[in-house]
Write a protein that binds this ligand. Structure first.
Ligand code: ES4
Ligand code: ZN
Length: 319
């Protein structure tokens, strides 16, 4: 049995497997740039974050109806449950859908229908986190937050994703202030490709409770010290880091260094359909590559529940 764990860094659009992409393309009459699933998988050779994002946003075109989003999320929850995921905090990118004419309500209701059944069907508790695209203007993020107001009952928090370098957290100060006023939890991608200063800004300016990736904090010892002292969780994604060339090979991943430093590190899958594995696959891969022992695996699993947005009484049940 895989170790019970929470997944805290998972883009639902990044769980679109080639088979489902082709099925939805046909159902919705959307052309795809590849002849078949094998050709599509061939295209998954990324040189950096941007080369991945280009394919990722392109393939989303097949997601049109609420049912499409329900099917996507249900397939993810089934796969995640098989790998020991008991709780999932799921990112989605509303701006990427609104921009191609799929309204917020279709996305949220579609995902929500799958999440409503997730406990019963898959034994997985869930939360939804709405991400803003940092390479779009802050005004667009603010409009997206406005469009989400009718659906806040279903949305636990906000995040910040897409192309990082050149798009510092400070740009989104007012958006995060408004999110906080609305009672939303706050996270942000920082230090994936961007510098340690972006991690500091995410903490100081956006008030995030967790940092997504945060890998490059290691370049700044005083920042590491602060993350340890304040027990700020980092949602690491080891297979993603290798595929997007943030680390050369998995054996060189700093996860163990981070655990040894006392950082609250967690292991997650990011975009599992694109990066070669789900949460359990990421656990297995780092265990093998870094020679992690049972104690370290238990720490990672415990960290995942501690870092989650489960309320204390819910979290205790899971732990
Ligand atoms: C993402 Cl790996 C990663 N980084 C930033 N934004 C993203 N959106 C989906 N996957
Ligand atoms: Zn991510």
């Amino acid at each position: 049995m895989p170790v019970p764990k929470a997944e805290l860094h998972l883009h639902i659009e990044g769980t679109l497997e080639p088979e489902l992409a082709f099925a939805l393309a046909e159902r919705n009459g959307v052309p795809l740039p590849c002849a078949d699933t094998a050709a599509l998988r061939e295209a998954y050779r990324f040189s950096d974050l941007q080369s991945f994002l280009d394919l990722y946003y392109g393939l989303m075109a097949v997601l049109r109806t609420a049912d499409d989003f329900t099917e996507l999320a249900d397939a993810y929850l089934a796969r995640a449950a098989e790998q020991g995921v008991r709780h999932a905090e799921i990112f989605f990118d509303p701006q990427a859908h609104i921009a191609r004419g799929v309204p917020m309500g279709v996305v949220v209701e579609g995902l929500g229908a799958a999440l409503d059944r997730a406990e019963e069907r898959h034994g997985v508790s869930t939360r939804l986190i709405m991400c803003f695209l940092r390479d779009e203007p802050a005004a667009s993020a603010m409009a997206t937050l406005e469009a989400a107001k009718p659906y806040l009952g279903r949305i636990t928090g906000v995040g910040l994703d897409s192309a990082e370098v050149g798009h510092p957290p400070v740009t989104f100060r007012e958006v995060y202030e408004e999110a906080a006023r609305l009672g939303l939890r706050r996270v942000a991608h920082a230090g994936e490709e961007g510098p340690p200063e972006y991690v500091r800004e995410a903490l100081d300016v956006l008030g995030v409770e967790r940092v997504d990736h945060g890998l490059r904090c290691l370049e700044d010892p005083s920042l590491v010290e602060r993350l340890v002292r304040e027990r700020v969780p980092l949602t690491l994604c080891p297979l993603s880091n290798v595929r997007l060339r943030a680390v050369d090979v998995l054996e060189a991943h700093p996860l163990r260094t981070m655990l040894d430093a006392g950082l609250v590190a967690t292991v997650n899958s990011d975009d599992p359909a694109y990066f070669g594995g789900y949460a359990g696959d990421n656990f297995d891969a780092v265990r093998a590559a870094l020679g992690l022992g049972p104690e370290e695996l238990r720490t990672l699993a415990r960290n995942s529940f501690l870092a989650s947005f489960l309320e204390d009484d819910e979290g205790r049940r899971e732990r």
